[in-house]
Design a protein around this ligand. Sequence first.
Ligand code: SAM
Ligand code: SF4
Length: 384
Amino acid sequence: MLAPVLDPLRNKLPVVGALPFGMERMDEATAARYGLVPSQRAQAQGLVDRFGRAHTSLRISVTERCNLRCSYCMPEEGVPLHPKAEVLSFEEIERLAALFVRLGITRIRLTGGEPLVRKDFPQLALRLGALRAQGLARLQLTTNALLLEDQLPLLREAGFDGVNISLDTLRPERFRAITRRDGCAETIAAIRAAARVFQTVKVNAVALQGTNQDELCDLARLVAGELGLEMRYIEYMPFDGNHWSDSQLLPAAAIRAELEREFELLPLADDGTGSGTAALHGLRDRATGARLRGRVGIISSMTEPFCSSCSRLRLTADGMFRWCLLDEAELDLKAPLRAGASDAALMELIESGLSRKRAGHAPAEELLRAQSAGHARSMVRIGG
Ligand code: SAM
Ligand code: SF4
């Protein structure tokens, strides 16, 4: 039998069977060696795959269209778009979303393409928001924000819990070079406006070696410092048509090193506002010793993958179910839906798709080979 030990956090009362103070950290180190993340809460529900990962987050792409042409996301000439009839209607998205919620999804993020270019987008958000009664806990949006300011009142009404906005640079010339369009000042203004309306606003930048590497600290100063928000740096991933190369990938270790030139990085535990993919850090300014109000997140999909704790699924605008961002496998839900499949049959399909999810994604060389073999999707056609 275990001897009672003193728990210094609970009025110094003996707690039978508790780990002595300090042992929890040793336990975390053991967990890390097995690729487990102790900060994640045990999931009582969720779509569980054959490796026991509970999937609670669904990203729904509502359109393949976009008003920017980011070089890391799509080719300059654009992508072949599905005809309108092949894109899921609001009713179809709502039905599939409801089935995912019944299966254990608690967070839905609407994305694209650029979700705000879809006509009547706030109506869709309102309909999906109603799924809260069925167990949806969070409704979120990822956007380039160019159309955000005009739609803010309606989006607030639709009940979004949070918005992620993409911004890779604070310099208009560089913005134009990356996105092949103008809009740097407008995006920054929209971030400020969104921060006044939504409780959670995060800013996403794809970290690109030789492109915006020298601005990572400036982005942190504006977003985490001045605005008190979360600045997230995403490793560059290979997708069809983005001409990915190793030399443009800025690994998480280099992102940390870049930030450490001006800040001390203070590791933070996940507070549950993300889906466990970003390694979070507070920042202390080396020059002044002051701590910034916000924080940074580093998303290291390529060099420090987090597949063992992945909880994300995706539904493309044309109705394909995808269980891994970096796997070209997908399963058609639209055809059976339109052919009159029952809820039970569609849920069975979703579970059978998920059963094909691999333990981890393939390395870059293999992803590039699969993409060059054809049938691959660019990011804009998957939904980030
Ligand atoms: N248009 C919206 C936007 O830009 O926020 C939503 C869709 S976009 C595909 C979603 C996210 O994917 C953006 O934050 C974008 O920076 C990121 N993304 C696109 N291509 C990427 C790539 N090759 N590697 C890493 N992140 C990428
Ligand atoms: Fe459009 Fe977003 Fe892709 Fe940029 S990252 S091209 S804004 S979908």
